[in-house]
Design a protein around this ligand. Sequence first.
Ligand SMILES: C[S@@+](CC[C@H](N)C(=O)[O-])C[C@H]1O[C@@H](n2cnc3c(N)ncnc32)[C@H](O)[C@@H]1O
Length: 745
Amino acid sequence: MGKGRRMIKQGPPGPLDESLVTRKRKDAPPAPVSAQQPKKRKTQDRKPKKAPQVNPGRAGAKSKAKPVKKAAPPPPQSDDDISDEELDDAEDGLDAKVTRLDALGSDIDSEDLDDLDLQDDEFGDDGSVLDSGDDEKPMKKNAMWSDDEDDDDIEEKLTAANIEGLSRKRDMEIAIREAEAAAELEEAQMQTNIAGDRPKVLDDEDEEGRPITNLVTQDMQLLRTRLNDTIRVLDDFKNLAEEGRSRTEYRAQLLKDICAYYGYSEFLADKLLSLFPAREAFAFFEANETPRPIVIRTNTLRTHRRELAQSLIQRGVQLEPVGKWSKVGLQIFDSQVPLGATPEYLAGHYILQAASSFLPVMALAPQEDERVLDMTAAPGGKTTHIAALMKNTGCVFANDANKDRAKGLIGNIHRLGVRNTVVCNYSALEFPKVMGGFDRVLLDAPCSGTGVIAKDASVKTNKTEADFLKLPHLQKQLILAAIDSVDHHSKTGGYIVYSTCSVTVEENEQVVQYALNKRPNVKLVETGLVFGKEGFTKIGGKIFHPSMKMTRRYYPHAYNVDGFFVAKFKKVAATPANAVLAGGVSAHNMVKANSKSNGTSAGKPPVEEEYVDKRPVPENDEESESDFGGWDDEEDQVYMERAERAQMRKKGKNPNADPKAAREKAKAHEGQNGTSAAGEKPAKKEANGSEAKERQNGTSASKGAADKAPAKKEVNGSKAKKADAGAKASGAGSTPKKKTGRKSI
Ligand SMILES: C[S@@+](CC[C@H](N)C(=O)[O-])C[C@H]1O[C@@H](n2cnc3c(N)ncnc32)[C@H](O)[C@@H]1O
């Protein structure tokens, strides 16, 4: 199974005729070799099953758990079933894969590919986007795989290039594995359950009377059997549950067994189990035991996917396009060479990147000549993808708070020939103070990594409740900063994409909901991604805004990609003046901060007006907050106070002097002036003064600055006045009500 999933296609699963699988599974083993089932004989002969790859702690256990592999049942037959001859052809094609694909460069190049008449939109006619430093020959337009092909999908080109053998082989493997899994489940059921019996799951003991949860490794098979039984009972509770037993008891048993079998902390297993129905949860935990396929992303600043594929194939790499949904991904099945050291790699023709990491950038859809911010960018997989989509035009700001990781980011930027990117090293929380006015912002947030357990099994045990408080808090602050960094007037954009490689609700829907609550000036929009499950609008007693459906969830068991979450927002108006910004700074103070650092927004209009929302805040806003949130304010207060104190320390002030009094003073100030510190009238002439510099250095724009009162007329004069008036009209100056919404959400 370990190897298997590496071979399975990523993205939306293809249709599988389950009835056929079931029928054939029942025939096995050993399946009769009949005229209708030619594939099985061949495949079985050729493909001895390999031991699953599991984490070391469980490796022994798991291989023990499956001591005898059933002969693989036959794969499903499709309408266009493959004959013996075809199969031979396909397999020959497979064996000859390298040879025949090698021929791409020669005969296929000159004839077949000419016939394919491929478009090559990515590069334009003259291929001028190719790095001029490269001494790569300009490529014949119709001899490439376009990265913008649509109908005549790249896969068809591969088929044309005789890779069909590989595809068929994989299809068969998938079908066999699916059937095998089902057979295994059935076998387990048979062991414990004669038709009609209610499996004895609770208080289960082995033959020697030991409780099954305490079994040692060699008893993993029993544990697995009980897992299967429990799931069956939960699937059909009415008929299969033991009398007098509740669902809760079965669920508790399942949780214990998952922890014992897969090695999770109970805390995390419970959290993950809550995301799915029992059977799907089982599939999720199983999928976390096997690695995802290796994928590379073609760097279209340097080459084309087709050309890259040809070069790698010549080096003995078995590959295939990652799926119809991506025009730049190649899935690697096998390689004779280390993929991180090929000449193509060193020349920046590709980057090793998990397939699901393509998704946030695809959702962001950056356009040429835009200004884009990648808030948490290191090591740069997504930054370099953004730059490639922008064809090295416009400007990307790639920021990361971690200096060491930023070095890796710089390395990738150089290797991949990215020339439109500035690397910065701020806490992204400070970004709106550093500069704003971006057309698009990507926030690929730091997260718990519950989507990538297959890569990092330590997540199973090292995440605590505290992590699921701290991380979401940081994510919430970051998302506000992301929103506040975007120019809602952007002609081409005004979008924010939020992503994580985690599947927990706390780090995803709850963060998005928080953003919707705190920023009425954004709304969720479609991600434009062609697959992915809808985000939750309701789960575990939590209710989210109906538009949460537009967010997308990705799971390893569903799509064979890392677990991921993607949400896309459109900013429709400026951030309200009474909004509390990331890090606890008031929007109004930010107005002042930005007015003083005029010119930092790289040619864009100054952003002082950004933070004054002229729209009346919708009446029902309060209501929606209590429906969907309002659970964060108290928690936020603690963090905000902490942030303020840290900022004071940074400035060399004593945070213990009398912070409460200072806060009260500021509040009183707010009350008097209609907006928070409305009396502060930023003066343009100070733009390059010491305070502005301070801000550019990433220091606070809050209290110290607020206490000075520069003259308003110098901040775009009447515009600023209008803004203030608008803010007042919208009730922005009133002290925000304390939300008392449900804590549980
Ligand atoms: C999920 S990784 C980003 C991966 C990156 N987008 C890519 O595709 O290569 C999260 C990054 O956030 C950075 N980070 C964490 N807290 C941050 C903060 N407050 N400001 C900026 N970056 C932060 C971490 O250093 C880490 O590199």
